[in-house]
Design a protein around this ligand. Sequence first.
Ligand code: ADP
Ligand code: 5GP
Length: 204
Amino acid sequence: MKLKGAILILSGPSGAGKSSLYKQLAQAFPNHYFSISSTTRQKREGEIHGVHYNFISKESFEEGIAKGEFLEWAKVHDNYYGTSKAQVIKALEEDKLVVFDIDVQGQANLKKAFPRHTTSVFVTTPNKSILQERLGSRGSDGDSVIQKRLENAFDEVRSLENYDYLIINDDLEDSTSKLLCIARSAFCKTSLYEMQSFLQNWEK
Ligand code: ADP
Ligand code: 5GP
């Protein structure tokens, strides 16, 4: 009668605060699964293989593409990023909130694959100079990497109209409370219900 699980996508320019918001969400939603992407980018200080990402070589990634192991994949800032199929399907079957931190292209592909399950949230800073400050203060990327991310940011922000919700992440506490409301609503969407069987059951 009701489809199992729900999908919550977080997208937005690098440095907007997606990981910070996810950390808060994770505490409030123990019954969630964070989709661990595979990537060919360099590991940042503090990142753990199998927790933040599966850090793999370009050759292994391309082998995964050829074998059809990815639900979606994209080249972002010159590196491959992708979502493995098996774990996501399993988490949905377990009726979990499946959370993704993926780019704009990934969001479009996931929406196509799971139109009824998906709720999407675009996260951004109030403006570009705050984004620049945050990328600098995170201290995890060199100047050329930051420059590349800033150059791509405007194109990413331009895509926000394709999302269900927008969070302008100024104050983290306020943004967190918005995200928690959205996550709860993700499980109440009418699209998660099989209408015919719902109505038959309701009439009994
Ligand atoms: P993303 O995952 O989108 O790349 P992060 O969550 O890593 O972004 O945030 C980038 C930097 O900005 C981090 O140093 C983080 O602590 C900081 N940050 C996140 N949200 C806020 C906020 N609302 N106000 C100030 N700093 C923030
Ligand atoms: P970062 O290198 O800052 O962790 O991520 C860079 C970008 O890649 C972000 O926009 C992030 O959302 C995106 N990304 C991370 N994992 C995936 C994935 O599996 N698929 C896609 N399409 N994008 C991803």
